[in-house]
Write a protein that binds this ligand. Structure first.
Ligand SMILES: [Zn+2]
Length: 259
């Protein structure tokens, strides 16, 4: 049995699957991994541009980086990997996607249950009054008015993307929900992430310890490959996930008429 077949059978037989995703799944949507050479953190020192203290003391400077980040993310569209995960949710196989990405591409592909560890770049938040704004509309409005960076309409404070900056805590609710999903699942797909960074790092192991089968889909081998993963499929998730889902569809095809 090949790896795609094996992964498809695990999913087709699963009672409760989840996915944990990272930068790798969005690369084919035109969003380079911020950590990769030429990526955002190669050109903007994260401690100068993405640390909460930097934002609080020099928001205008940090917004030069954010403007570039927004342009990249807001022109991106979901790819076949995002759509495949959304389809698995429609088939009631996947119950939740836990993501380290801030690009909303899972939601745009149709995934409903998305747990975001690092927030969402499509919203802006006012740190003074808590007001939230649609990022695209707000930045457009502010550019028209000649106001930059964007400010809160109520108190004129500089707005911050609703993403987790370095030095900020992971949203508590996301952490709790992700752990709950990891304990509940019987299959976890780990897609496009080496899951080295907290809190994602604990999720595959927690799932395995509570009885789940860990299936990794990644371009290259990771630290999970020879330790936590039961099955590793190496290649592009944009190619592999649709193949797996096509086979799941066949296996599940015809309702009760399962082969
Ligand atoms: Zn405000």
């Amino acid at each position: 049995m090949n790896d795609v077949e094996q992964a498809a059978r695990l999913l087709a037989d699963s009672r409760w699957s989840i996915a944990l995703t990272g930068a790798g799944i969005s690369v084919d949507s035109g969003i380079p991994d911020f950590r990769s050479p030429g990526g955002l953190w190669d050109r903007f020192d994260p401690f100068e541009y993405a640390h909460i203290d930097a934002f609080l003391s020099h928001p205008e400077k940090v917004w030069t980086m954010l403007r570039e980040m927004h342009d990249v993310i807001h022109s991106a569209k979901p790819n076949a990997g995002h759509y495949a995960l959304a389809e698995l949710e429609q088939m009631e196989i996947i119950k939740a996607v836990i993501t380290q990405n801030i690009d909303s591409l899972h939601q745009l592909a149709g995934s409903q249950e998305v747990i975001e560890f690092h927030g969402n770049s499509r919203k802006l938040v006012c740190l003074a009054c808590g007001a939230k704004y649609n990022a695209e509309k707000m930045t457009e409005l502010m550019r028209e008015k000649g106001i930059w960076p964007p400010v809160c309409e109520k108190d004129n404070r500089v707005l911050k993307p609703d993403v987790v900056f370095f030095g900020e805590p992971i949203p508590y609710e996301a952490s709790v929900q992700a752990q709950k999903q990891a304990r509940e699942c019987d299959v976890i797909l780990v897609v496009g992430t080496s899951a080295m960074v907290f809190p994602a790092s604990g999720i595959p192991m927690l799932a395995r310890q509570t009885g789940a089968t860990v299936v990794e889909i990644n371009k290259t081998a990771t630290a999970l490959t020879d330790s936590v993963a039961h099955l590793s499929l190496h290649g592009s998730s944009t190619e592999i996930l649709p193949q797996v889902v096509a086979r799941v569809r066949e296996l599940r095809g015809g309702g009760d008429g399962r082969a």
